[in-house]
Design a protein around this ligand. Structure first.
Ligand SMILES: NC(=O)c1ccc[n+]([C@@H]2O[C@H](COP(=O)([O-])OP(=O)(O)OC[C@H]3O[C@@H](n4cnc5c(N)ncnc54)[C@H](OP(=O)(O)O)[C@@H]3O)[C@@H](O)[C@H]2O)c1
Length: 267
């Protein structure tokens, strides 16, 4: 069986370097290209301390895509992600998006291009299994409980808010229904910002503080009862590797945009 040829954009970063190690160790994958600006021209193994990993690092997607990978994983930053995804689709690669901060408009554009190119894009706000399960359980809860709010927590240096996890959760719950507000935002007293942002029918609050990594609460309330679903990750990027490897294996069977890892899991 031929190996899946993978390019990782953001291969020297916190998440991308852990994934690159995982791909290097995976028997069914080959890491054929890597993208990062500050280590461009170097070999990835030297940049991230993996002996024997000889993948060259390119500064741009255009350069890296010359080796025609089957799959590009986007793990850079919100401002470079869309350009890299569209470049990959233009090069006939399938795409896994781990980067957060892309908007629904970005994803609509990406879906159009992916369908025209007959390529798959799998965008996953959070590859960790406990986050994937939270999304699934929250969808079930929203069928029975009409009131909920989402709180996302991250380190103070995270530049995008709400997090990809919170955006994806709001998008998914909007397909069930909109959360009910007993006091509409227009009727409330005090600054409306205190109620968070209304995102696709959910109230979403983002906390950015030193000491936090990535966690999210989906809080449901109904007549004298509460359900609090919480995903909490530790400080290592390891929880994201297994899910991202699964996404790389599955994305080649997709056409157009698909959101959430459970779209390729048997849940
Ligand atoms: N979906 C998930 O489960 C999940 C998990 C973890 C993180 N994330 C998201 O993934 C993204 C990356 O997170 P991180 O913590 O790994 O960030 P990071 O440590 O800052 O790494 C970013 C990587 O992207 C490269 N990069 C940044 N801008 C670039 C550009 N314009 N062109 C080419 N390369 C560029 C960086 O290298 P240079 O600066 O040298 O270019 C570095 O290799 C964030 O959006 C984060 O929220 C998602």
């Amino acid at each position: 069986m031929s190996k899946i040829r993978v390019c990782v954009a953001g291969a020297t970063g916190w998440a991308g370097s852990a994934l690159s190690r995982g791909i290097f160790a995976a028997p069914d994958m080959e890491l054929v290209a890597a993208i990062a600006r500050s280590h461009a021209g170097q070999v990835l193994g030297e940049a991230i301390g993996v002996p024997g990993l000889s993948t060259p690092i390119s500064a741009t997607a255009a350069e890296a895509l010359k080796v025609k990978p089957d799959v590009l994983v986007e793990y850079t930053r919100p401002e470079s992600a869309k350009v890299n995804v569209l470049a990959a689709l233009g090069s006939e690669a399938h795409v896994v998006v781990g980067t957060s901060g892309l908007t629904n408009d970005d994803y609509r554009d990406i879906d159009d291009v992916a369908r025209q190119a007959k390529r798959g894009v799998l965008a996953v706000g959070n590859f960790a299994i406990t986050a994937v399960l939270l999304q699934k359980f929250a969808e079930i809860a929203a069928k029975y409980i009409p009131h909920w709010e989402i709180i996302d927590y991250a380190q103070s240096s995270k530049i995008d808010a709400p997090s990809g996890t919170a955006r994806e959760l709001a998008a998914r719950l909007s397909k069930v229904r909109e959360s009910q507000l007993d006091v509409p935002l227009d009727a409330m007293q005090g600054p409306k910002e205190s109620r968070g942002v209304r995102l696709e029918g959910s109230q979403v609050h983002s906390v950015r503080l030193p000491g936090y990594v990535i966690s999210v609460d989906a809080i449901f309330g109904i007549g004298d009862q509460k359900l609090i679903l919480r995903h909490e990750s530790g400080t290592s990027p390891e929880p994201y590797v297994t899910g991202a490897l699964l996404a790389i294996r599955k994305v080649g069977g997709l056409v157009g945009l698909h959101r959430g890892l459970d779209s390729v899991m048997d849940l």
